[in-house]
Design a binder for this molecule. Structure first.
Ligand code: 3HC
Ligand code: NAI
Length: 697
């Protein structure tokens, strides 16, 4: 017996309790313990086995840390088959999250009971694999083909009530898993209930698997695992026997284990959890934040106020005048009504948020009691400095003063106050009540407890918070500017914006860069280009076609036209014919002879620009670790999760190959394609970006 599984005899019942905090992952010790427990129960002549988890959950799945390493016996599918085959009655009592291999152990048991709050699911596709211990073979037999395909291909967990409905579990009962499990097992023994292996249950009628496969593949936007999962389910019908089906499922599981997508998704899983763990903050206590001020109720201010209200904070929003205040209230109420529609809040909560928790004012004096203020006024340094001077005058000592600026220097903003230690950047993404990313921008004098408070606030708002240093655009917008420029240069040199958008959506982005620019508003980039023009290096290539669009009043979706032309009520747009004319004019003005680009070349240049700037951002210390950059791009810019992030992608391609390409592009434009010193260093040392993630803990 191992310590991870504790064996106990209570009368006729052998009780196997999992003790592997925090989530009872099915590590090798757990698997050995379960196998030994079944064998000992058989040897000792027990009549039944009860399996449950101590702590917060039943098994939450295979131990993901073992992925990519050699498998050690007993492997999970064999263990599940062994559990199912025992002559004793096996009962699993579920609480917490019975996920992946955890649910597969439960499905190998003969009976299942759960507490009302338990959740269960097969989320393997989110890790780039499929259920690999019989899940695709047993679930259709027990829950039917539609429910099984839904659970397996989406990875979404279901509630205990839903599971009962679908036949995944036999009973729901209040109590601890140990209590309800023992009571149920005793009852089954008293009734003389038979063993009930799922493998003997008949299969339901099959579906058209080829059709399902195609649909799931299309939905995955390049992600393979959900579609492969369909093939694994299909094997249940085509296999020679149940065990042959399990074997075929395992083969597909092992093939996916070898893929880049599996590596990317596992990287995303662990990085998402590592990103807000900063060693320097472990001993720092954040300040209490119960109320929040917001300055400006435009797109961002209203979104920030909404996310704060939804997380239970009270909000005082300050606008310029009554009209702007009324518009801000409308925006917030509109956002909250959206949340009501999606079932995130009920009518009573909505009313309490808009009536009791929200104050809209035009006087800074109303901010005298708040714990933290986020400024979201126009992107103009003079306006921001004025606002911060006013905040300095009106906010109580110890209040945190934050700016949501996209690009501006937080140090300069902090200098407008007498308390730069309390000033920080909190860069939300639009729409702020939907987007998960929060960049916590640390200025030169920001106090550690103010940084800790930024992270604590992010956690409360359910954001993924990433630390950034100060620079033009911080981590995300700075990198975006670089790959956007690469895209613009390709257009000037002959690629079409629509070809680029198509290549990038095929890579896995939800939208291409030109469609994104239309959505965000072309005027934002236009203003930034004008702001930078006086200090621009004369060696920098400058494209004009975007400015031509803006000069004509076409700012993208909000004006009905940009790179695409939009029709009211229709999703997406069609190519705006004026764009081709502007591009031609730009090429003529700059004496550029257009050439054609292959899809592969477009992808490579776009990604090399992203990786190169990301490496500069890490090398300069703006981002602490490569994984910080990866999470910014994943949660703020729609980077395909199955690639793990741009620097994980770079590791998978090999940093040396990327540096070679950058040096080749530099022959055309040596100014833009200056290799990042960190990239050169890694290549010289034969290392990859992920090595740096492991160095900083
Ligand atoms: N293996 C190893 N470690 C795991 C793990 C797993 N399956 N699941 C969670 N952990 C770790 C996390 O990395 C974290 O570690 P840290 O404290 O060092 O950062 C710790 O456990 C706590 O996890 P969370 O912070 O995520 O805790 P939450 O309470 O927010 O969430 C959870 C708990 C819902 C279980 C969530 O962790 C989760 O979704 N885990 C993954 C579940 C999963 O995907 N299971 C399937 C695995 S694949 C499989 O089973 C293959 C099989 O078919 C053969
Ligand atoms: P916006 O133009 O929609 O809203 C600005 C609001 O600030 C207006 O309602 C205006 O009335 C108000 N305002 C201006 N001066 C004020 C003052 N002195 N006191 C009180 N209110 C004042 O702008 P948006 O898009 O919301 O941007 C705000 C800030 O957020 C900018 O710094 C921007 O760079 C940043 N940001 C914008 C994002 C976006 O996608 N729109 C994303 C992330 C950050």
């Amino acid at each position: 017996m191992t310590e991870a599984i504790v064996y106990e005899r209570i009368g006729d019942i052998a009780v196997l309790s999992a003790q592997n905090p925090p989530v009872n992952a099915l590590s090798i010790d757990m698997r050995r313990g379960l196998l030994a427990g079944i064998e000992r129960a058989e040897e000792e002549g027990a009549r039944a086995v009860l399996i449950y988890g101590e702590g917060r959950t039943y098994f939450a799945g295979a131990d993901i840390r073992e992925f990519g390493k050699p498998m050690v016996a007993p492997v999970l599918p064999d263990l599940c088959n062994r559990i199912e085959a025992t002559k004793l009655i096996v009962v699993s009592a579920l609480h917490g999250t019975a996920l992946g291999g955890g649910l597969e152990v439960a499905l190998s048991s003969h009976y299942r009971i759960a507490v009302p709050g338990a959740k269960m699911g097969l989320p393997e596709v989110h890790l780039g694999v499929i259920p690999g211990a019989g899940g695709t073979q047993r679930l259709p037999r027990i829950a039917g083909i539609d429910a099984a395909l839904e659970m397996i291909t989406t990875g979404r967990p279901i509630s205990a009530a839903d599971a009962l409905n679908k036949g995944v579990i036999d009973r729901v009962a209040e109590g601890s898993p140990r209590e309800i499990g023992l009571a149920y097992t005793r009852e089954l023994l008293e009734q003389g209930a038979p063993r009930r292996p799922v493998c003997y249950m008949p299969l339901p009628d099959p579906v058209d698997f080829d059709d399902t496969y195609e649909k799931v593949l299309a939905r995955g936007r390049g992600q393979l695992s959900p579609a492969i999962a369909v093939r694994a389910v299909q094997a249940a019908w085509e296999a020679e026997s149940f065990l042959d089906g399990v074997r075929q499922e395992r083969e597909l599981f092992m093939q996916l284990m070898e893929t880049d997508q599996r590596q990317g998704l596992i990287h995303a899983f662990f990085s998402e959890r590592a990103v807000s763990k900063l060693p320097e903050l472990t001993e720092v206590t954040p300040r209490d934040i119960a109320s929040m001020g917001v300055i400006g109720g435009g797109t961002m201010g209203a979104g920030i106020a909404t996310t704060a209200l939804l997380s239970g904070l009270s909000v005082v929003l300050v606008e310029r005048d009554d009209d702007a205040s009324a518009a801000a209230r409308d925006r917030i109420e509109g956002n909250l009504k959206g949340a009501l529609k999606r079932g995130k809040v009920d009518q009573a909560q909505l009313e309490s948020m808009t009536v009791e928790a929200l104050t809209i004012a035009t006087d800074y004096a109303d901010l005298s009691e708040v714990d933290l203020v986020v400024e979201a006024v126009f992107e103009d340094m003079a306006v921001k400095r004025e606002v911060f001077a006013a905040l300095d005058a009106h906010c109580r000592p110890g209040a945190i003063l934050a700016s949501n600026t996209s690009y501006l220097d937080i140090n300069e903003i902090a200098a407008a106050t007498s308390r730069p230690q309390d000033v920080i950047g909190l860069h939300f993404f639009s729409p702020a009540h939907v987007m998960k990313l929060l960049e916590v921008v640390v200025a030169d004098q920001t106090a550690p407890e103010v940084v800790a408070s930024g992270f604590a606030l992010g956690k409360r708002l359910k954001k993924i918070s990433v630390r950034s240093g100060v620079c033009d655009g911080f981590i995300g917008n700075r990198i975006m500017n670089s790959y956007r420029r690469a895209a613009d240069y390709m257009v000037l040199d002959g690629a079409s914006p629509y070809q680029i958008d198509k290549v990038m959506t095929e890579f896995g982005f939800a939208m291409g860069p030109f469609a994104v620019a239309d959505l965000a508003g072309l005027d934002i980039g236009w203003a930034a280009r004008k702001r930078r023009a006086p200090t621009r290096n004369p060696r920098e290539r400058v494209v004009q076609f975007s400015d031509m669009l803006c000069e004509g009043g076409d700012f993208g979706q909000k004006t009905g036209k940009g790179f695409y032309a939009y029709e009211a009520g229709k999703r997406g747009g069609s190519a705006n014919p004026q764009v081709a004319e502007y591009i031609k004019r730009d090429q003529r003005d700059q004496s550029v002879t257009p050439k054609s680009f292959s899809n592969e070349d477009i992808l490579r240049r776009y990604m090399c620009a992203m990786v190169n700037e990301a490496a500069k951002v890490v090398g300069e210390g703006v981002a602490r670790r490569p994984l910080d950059v990866d999470m910014v791009l994943l949660f703020g810019y729609g980077f395909p999760r199955f690639w793990g992030g741009p620097l994980k992608w770079a590791d998978l391609q090999g940093p040396a190959a990327i540096l070679d390409d950058i040096r080749r592009y530099a022959k055309e434009d040596a100014f833009f394609w200056r290799p990042a010193p960190l990239l050169e260093q890694l290549v010289n040392e034969g290392r990859i970006f992920d090595d740096l993630n492991r160095e900083v803990t």
